[in-house]
Design a protein around this ligand. Structure first.
Ligand code: G
Ligand code: G
Ligand code: MN
Length: 519
């Protein structure tokens, strides 16, 4: 409760007391002086006492109900765990601070913080310890901010700080460093030492947005950048989020697209280089937008990722891919299907259960499915991602590291995590015929995979030369335009019928891919 509010309520209560108690006292004195019979005197005293008692009781009741109103008002605007402001109050205060900043012509800053690995504390030490840790983080934040600033817990392990007055990006950056310096610390929680690392995103008013909603939403975007890059802190940057207005407009449309099945799963075939036979496909999503036309995943997956929509989207792709896998199997085409996961999917503890349900629904064995994750996804929260991957792997699904070579793989993870396949990034494979360096990288990646007992897939195989070289290097599978571009199942199914079980001739394929029938 604010000190000011406390003072006001105390003053009101004293006033009520004075009136309730003062009035009968004065009346009693008047009565006493006017009466001289002893019976009259005792009656007057009794009346005064009774009145006094009733008055005290009534003022107590009034006081209690006032307190209750204040408590419920407080609860509606504060987080019960940390007693910091909640989202509603934070919005309100930001809006007020904006009005003031506008009048006085200064800038203000909004910071969003998310604790990395907080779920581990909850899972291993229990919710009570988790709550204690959140409380302590709140205290640290209060220590490094001014009384005119505002701190909130927005939910989960997400905190927000409003700096009522900052001097440009430089000032905001300094403040962010101070905040991170205070929050990133070792905390003792019920006898256990816990290291906290936070990711922080910041926005500046008026530079990054004119209202509290936009400032908070963009600070969230920057916070996600910080988390993804593990940099700890990122300032919002309009150039980096260039289509942000368009992207915002996409959110409700994407939701509708999932519901109305405007999203179409294309498939691109993969072949076994030793047998030259088609063995599987990768699912690659497309959006047939009613007005914007055909959209590539790069245009809308980031939107899905920065909202919760990635969860229903991934479920949708898994559902369609497994249905297609079953349909092909029923017509004699036994093909594995690979599905791309997104970073946020690896934070979703319910994904294994969702997948188990879908495998059961379509009666497809887990072994027919490969799940592709990238190296950078694993960096966000390695422990949590590792646990979820293990559960997915326990369902029989194979796990592939996608775009291998472009991120930062800790080689020890490859042994520790249930990884089955490395997919060498197309940027190396596409140019390996002409670029000696890239050819060496491809060779090392194949050798690494072999030594670790992993399967290896080369992506972006465009020419017959690469096909031959990869075969000689002992690469297991190839995927790329040489075989086929990603296609709608209606187009790919005839292609699969023509090629399934037959040897792929890379020279013939190269001629065809030079004149592609489909895009
Ligand atoms: O065809 P291509 O342009 O399809 O794919 C572009 C990028 O989009 C690739 O990095 C690919 O992994 C990603 N992508 C394609 N489909 C999906 C999908 O269903 N889910 C996720 N998370 N990413 C996808
Ligand atoms: O990131 P991921 O590996 O999931 O996505 C594969 C991407 O590579 C897709 O965008 C797909 O369309 C593209 N792709 C597949 N084969 C080739 C190829 O042979 N050449 C090029 N340039 N791109 C390819
Ligand atoms: Mn992929």
């Amino acid at each position: 409760m604010r000190p000011g509010a406390d003072m006001t309520s105390m003053r009101t209560t004293s006033l009520i007391r004075a009136v309730w108690l003062g009035l009968p006292a004065v009346a009693g004195l008047v009565l006493l002086s006017s009466l001289d019979s002893p019976v009259g005197t005792s009656a007057a005293i009794a009346a005064v006492v009774v009145y006094g008692l009733i008055a005290t009781l009534l003022s107590r009741v009034l006081l209690i109900s006032r307190k209750q109103v204040e408590i419920s008002q407080h609860l509606a605007l504060h987080d019960p765990v940390t007693d910091l402001a909640n989202r509603t109050l934070f919005h309100d205060r930001t809006q007020q601070a904006i009005a003031l900043a506008e009048r006085e012509g200064h800038e203000l800053g909004v910071m969003l913080l998310d604790l990395d690995g907080f779920k581990n504390v909850n899972d291993t030490l229990g919710h009570h310890s988790g709550d204690l840790l959140l409380y302590r983080v709140g205290e640290q934040l209060s220590d490094v901010t001014r009384s005119s600033d505002s701190i909130a817990r927005l939910g989960g392990d997400e905190f927000a700080v409003l700096l009522a007055n900052v001097h440009g990006e430089e000032g905001l950056r300094n403040a962010a460093e101070r905040v991170l310096g205070a929050v990133n610390a070792r905390y003792e929680v019920q006898g256990v030492e816990v290291q906290v690392e936070a990711s922080l995103g910041a926005t500046l008013y008026p530079g990054h947005g004119g209202d509290s909603e936009l400032l908070i939403q963009r600070a969230d975007v920057a916070m996600y950048w910080a988390k993804r890059s593990r940099s700890g802190f990122e300032m919002y940057c309009p150039d980096r989020d260039d289509h942000s207005v368009e992207r915002l407009a996409l959110i409700p449309e994407l939701k509708q697209a999932i519901e109305e099945e405007q999203l179409v799963v294309f498939f691109q075939p993969q072949a076994d280089l030793r047998t030259s036979k088609v063995t599987g496909v990768e699912a690659l999503l497309r959006w047939e937008h009613p007005t914007r036309g055909f959209m590539a995943p790069d245009e809308f997956i980031p939107v899905a990722e920065s909202t919760g929509l990635i969860h229903p989207l991934t479920r949708y792709v898994l559902d369609k891919s497994l249905a297609q896998c079953k349909a092909w199997a029923s017509s004699g085409l036994d093909l594995t299907v690979a599905v791309n996961l997104s970073a946020r999917n690896l934070m979703d503890a319910t994904l294994p259960e969702t997948l188990a349900g879908l495998l059961d629904k379509h009666q497809v064995r887990g072994e027919m499915l490969e799940l592709e994750v990238t190296e950078s996804m694993m960096l966000i929260d390695p422990k949590r991602s590792g646990e979820i991957l293990t559960e997915l792997s326990d369902l029989g699904a194979r796990i592939a590291i996608d775009d291998f070579g472009t991120g930062y793989t800790s080689l020890s993870w490859l042994k520790r995590l249930p990884v089955d396949t490395l997919k060498i990034d197309r940027s190396f494979v596409m140019t390996m015929e002409t670029d000696e360096e890239n050819s060496k990288i491809v060779r090392s990646a194949i050798n690494l995979a072999r030594d670790l007992g992993l399967e290896v897939v080369a992506e972006g195989v465009e020419g017959g030369g690469a096909w031959g070289e990869l075969t000689d290097l002992g690469c297991d599978h190839a995927q790329g335009y040489l075989l086929s571009r990603p296609q709608h199942p209606d187009q790919l199914t005839p292609w699969l019928r023509d090629h399934y079980g037959r040897d792929i001739d890379p020279r013939k394929a190269a001629e065809k891919s030079a004149n592609p029938v489909t895009a």
